[in-house]
Write a protein that binds this ligand. Structure first.
Ligand code: UD1
Length: 429
């Protein structure tokens, strides 16, 4: 199993290219199931999760070809064309779905276009129970019959889906995407209230509109989808990855560095930029680049709470906790999205951080420095928070089980070492 070795202490200086958003790319790829015509997606990142979605769609009979550099350990990259003629089967098997929770996003498109779908109950990061009840409740409201049997979701809509008014009990990114996709081919109008407003949901909606869907309220918490009889092909460029952008922003801030990130947009960062500014980090940019540097010699503690967009993203919580661990003063971090998302805390404490968890809040008492240690990655964002801590720590850090990192960060060691970090991947065969 690969490990990452880091010798901390170097400030990050230079330029980093930001890839397309994984969390936008995955639902966009699933949207190819909605049409028999060609969907071309560009600016896709090279990531294990993208490869998993390629395998899942291929299993469902989608013909996929790629255009771009595929030399990155077999991961599929850059531009993909997807053509979903007649699917060979409508079953998403356990072996693929268990690797990635986003696999459940094929359920809505399959059900809408073919009237049936069988999808394994999902796995993914171990950051909470992460049920799919909100997805299933909405499909039932659209007229589907749902059965849970032998670890599988079996859904049928023999007479097709019918538009309905759906009020989500709580905000779910995946459920909003799944139900919005299904509603594009349902008969009549569907209103989704309390919808997620994440930029990745908006990106999917814009692509669906380019495919001929009728969607109003994009970017708001109320989406109105008027069903059409069929969708057509489209070309769509995936939006930049705001979490990758934010992660490198934190890396620059923690190491006292100064970096420019290309291919990304400041407007995607809003709540994170506010928190970084309060911590004493200068973050500026425009529609194509973001520059981050630390203004003062030390960072300042600040409080934050994760919330659905436009609030502070849960996917940045672990990274910002690593930063606050070395900031002056006391910070409080409250996690409201996932119930088990503090698994990085014991690992950060092994590096000398002073963090106490009380239920869904963590009190972070800043320490002057962290020290390198042997660490275990537990989930995607926790893994990268340990890499960030290692970059700022004294001495050597080893992050074990880095396969989590490869699900969401493309060439992380390469991008960081190009900016002066001492970091390498050690393959143990
Ligand atoms: C997506 C992102 C993930 C991010 C999360 C929250 C992708 C591929 N993944 O995950 O990186 O951390 O949004 O921003 O885009 N819930 C239910 N029932 C459901 C669905 C969700 O109770 O049917 C709960 C979840 O357990 C969680 C909360 O709702 O506590 C939010 O989950 P959701 O927004 O659905 O996250 P994902 O779409 O899985």
């Amino acid at each position: 199993m690969d490990r990452i070795r880091i010798r901390g202490g170097n400030p990050l200086l230079g330029t980093i290219s930001i890839g397309g958003a994984k969390n936008a790319a995955l639902p966009l790829m699933a949207a190819s199931l909605l049409t028999s015509q060609k969907l071309t997606l560009s600016n896709l990142p090279h990531l294990v999760d993208i490869t998993t979605m390629v395998h899942l769609l291929a299993e469902l009979g989608v013909a996929i070809s790629m255009d771009g550099n595929v030399s990155n350990g077999g991961n599929f990259g850059r531009a993909l064309t997807l053509v979903a003629s007649e699917p060979v089967q409508k079953i998403a098997p356990y072996d693929l779905v268990r690797r990635m929770r986003a696999s459940v996003l094929v359920l809505g498109p399959l059900l809408a276009r073919w009237g049936q779908a069988t999808v394994s109950l999902p796995g993914g990061c171990a950051i909470g129970t992460r049920p799919v009840d909100i997805h299933l409740g909405a499909f039932k409201a659209l007229g589907a019959e749902i059965e849970l049997k032998e670890g599988y979701i079996k859904a049928h809509a023999k007479k097709g889906l019918k538009g309905a008014n759906i009020l989500f009990p709580s905000v779910s990114v995946g459920a909003t995407e799944n139900v919005m996709m299904a509603a594009t081919l349902a008969e009549g109008e569907t209103q989704i209230s309390n919808a997620a407003r994440e930029p990745e949901v908006g990106d999917l909606a814009n692509c669906l509109v380019a495919m001929g869907a009728n969607i109003e309220g994009i970017g708001t918490d109320t989406l109105k989808v008027t069903g059409v009889s069929e969708l057509k092909g489209a070309n769509h460029e995936v939006i930049p990855d705001r979490i990758e952008t934010g992660t490198y922003a934190v890396a620059a801030a923690m190491t006292g560095g100064d970096i420019i990130m290309k291919g990304t947009r400041l407007e995607l960062l809003n709540a994170l930029a506010d928190v970084l500014a309060k911590a004493g980090v200068e973050i500026a940019g425009d529609g194509t680049t973001v520059r981050v540097r630390r203004v003062n010699s030390s960072l300042k503690g600040t409080d934050l709470m994760t919330e659905p967009y436009p609030g502070f993203p849960t996917d940045m919580q672990a990274q910002v906790m690593a930063l606050l661990a070395v900031a002056d003063g006391v910070s409080m971090i409250t996690e409201t999205i996932f119930e088990n998302r503090f698994m990085h805390v014991p690992e950060l404490c092994r590096m000398g951080a002073d963090i106490n968890v009380h239920g869904s809040s963590a009190i972070v008492r800043g320490v002057p420095t962290l020290s390198g240690a042997q660490l275990m990655a537990t989930d995607l964002r926790a893994s990268v928070s340990l890499v960030l801590a290692g970059l700022a720590a004294n001495g050597e850090t080893f992050v074990n089980r880095v396969y989590h990192l490869d699900r969401g960060y493309e060439r992380v060691e390469e991008k960081l070492s190009a900016c002066g970090a001492e970091i390498e991947r050690i393959s143990d065969g």
